[in-house]
Design a protein around this ligand. Structure first.
Ligand SMILES: Cc1cc2nc3c(=O)[nH]c(=O)nc-3n(C[C@H](O)[C@H](O)[C@H](O)COP(=O)(O)OP(=O)(O)OC[C@H]3O[C@@H](n4cnc5c(N)ncnc54)[C@H](O)[C@@H]3O)c2cc1C
Length: 421
């Protein structure tokens, strides 16, 4: 079968690999000059099923209201009053804030995230991948006793769904990551997820694109896809800004935050909005720099050691498809990083970056077929695209080949949004 993959981020590149491995003729289109140069470029680096708690949960609405209009808010809505798609997304987000839906969405996220972690390990071994990976687990730390308590309840739920999470007191936190010694007295406690990992998503994406190309996948970069080609309820291929029409038996939409821009004119309105986040990268300096990946839950910040670099990432801003760097927002990341790991490096010399997470209202990705024959989705991975990439790609490849998948795909497809809420 000839399969056209739109997008060469971590999702598209990994999908291309699995499709090529399954023997399909694969063509990948991306507007950038190489793989993984947009949202998959400088993310937080965590392989983190431990982050399976969805954004929409019973505790989030009071927080969002409290943070409204504050430039230093971890989650900031700059609401466009005239965008109906955003309002529908917002309604669906609110409807997912109930306890039963939070439990359901946590299970769905963990199902794909845990599968994906296993798939990543399998690929790492088979392909001898090197992407500055670390396999020492992820440690969540809390300063407020109330938030720690809330975190422990979420951890117990995840234990129930098969993720090993271990509650730690402040001394155990420092034993796991000695670079936290400077803030030991501020900590209420922590939660260690020993099986979680970290690594450089961009290096991984490039490696997967190279392996896909080795298996025969053709990557066409610097190619902007303008629209999908249709005949009635069948998608036939895609058109590019270079005047080409590329026909295929199947088209996989893996355009991250830009997926709805192509799907909507074809009659498939995807519930995905971009949530801008920032990262900084600096040279890590000696024992004061962490080696274990850490999440600071209250500030919604993550830290990953990537070789001799330290990456700190966080914050979310719903402000449309604007990838520009807001200095106030990225300097906030610098201040949080300096406060947690003083002496980890030279915080006056950092590389700031911003990316647009493709977020669905329930934080669960969209994987599988659509009502248009030949159009497949592998998109909407939000805050966990790197975590879920390998499993999503393998699942999509199995579904497309009409093979029985390793995990139940129920609740991961677009059909769950057939009603308004
Ligand atoms: C600050 C931050 C921190 C994060 N930290 C983590 C983390 O620690 N762990 C984790 O799992 N996830 C994390 N994420 C989320 C993760 O990075 C994303 O979910 C993931 O990168 C999405 O991958 P993607 O392939 O779907 O999208 P992208 O990487 O954005 O790929 C989409 C591709 O489509 C191309 N494209 C778009 N439109 C067109 C068009 N019209 N024509 C041609 N090409 C087009 C783009 O060039 C791009 O290459 C983080 C995100 C951010 C912003």
């Amino acid at each position: 079968m000839k399969v056209l993959v739109l997008g060469a981020g971590v999702i598209g590149a990994t999908t291309a690999y699995h499709l090529a491995e399954a023997g399909h003729q694969v063509v990948v289109l991306d507007r950038q000059s190489g793989a993984g140069l947009e949202t998959s470029f400088a993310n937080g680096g965590q392989i983190s099923p431990c982050h399976a708690e969805p954004w929409a949960n019973p505790g989030v609405l009071p927080k969002v209201l409290k943070w409204m209009g504050r430039e230093d808010a971890p989650l900031l809505f700059r609401w466009n009053r005239f965008d109906p798609a955003l309002w529908v997304w917002g309604l669906r987000f609110v409807s997912n804030c109930t306890t039963p839906r939070t439990v359901r969405n946590t299970e769905r996220t963990l199902r794909i995230a845990l599968y994906s972690r296993d798939c990543l390990r399998d690929l790492r071994q088979r392909l001898a991948l090197d992407y500055d990976q670390r396999t020492q687990g992820i440690l969540h730390v809390y300063r407020s006793a109330r938030e720690f308590d809330r975190g422990c309840r979420a951890a117990l739920l995840m234990n129930r769904f098969g993720l090993d999470r271990q509650i730690q007191d402040r001394d155990q936190c420092v034993a796991v990551e000695p670079a936290l010694a400077a803030v030991r007295h501020e900590l209420a406690g922590g939660i260690l997820t020993p099986g979680d990992e970290s690594g450089d998503a961009h290096k991984f994406t490039r490696a997967m694109a190279n392996h896909a190309a080795r298996l025969g996948a053709e990557f066409r970069f610097d190619t902007n896809v303008t629209h999908l080609l249709r005949d009635g309820d069948r998608v036939l291929g895609a058109a590019t800004d270079q005047g080409q029409q590329i026909m295929a038996d199947a088209v996989v939409l893996a355009l991250g935050s830009w997926s709805p821009l192509l799907s909507r004119p074809a009659g498939i309105p995807l519930p995905i909005v971009p949530a801008k986040g920032y990262s900084i990268t600096l040279t890590a300096d000696g024992p004061a720099a962490p080696t274990v990946s850490v999440t600071d839950d209250e500030h919604k910040m993550v830290y990953s050691r990537l070789g001799d670099r330290l990456r700190a990432a966080g914050t979310a801003e719903m402000a449309g498809h604007d990838p520009s760097l807001n200095e106030k927002r990225w300097r906030l990341i610098v201040e949080h990083a300096r406060a947690l790991f003083p002496g980890a490096g030279d915080f006056n010399h950092v590389e700031p970056w911003a990316g647009l997470r493709p977020v669905t209202p329930d934080s669960v990705p969209l994987i599988g077929k659509t009502r248009l024959r030949g159009l497949w989705l592998n998109t909407g991975h939000g805050t966990l695209g790197w975590t879920m990439a390998c499993g999503s790609a393998r699942l999509l490849a199995a579904l497309l080949a009409e093979k029985s998948p390793d995990i139940d795909p129920g609740g991961l497809g677009i059909e769950r949004f057939s009603g308004l809420l």
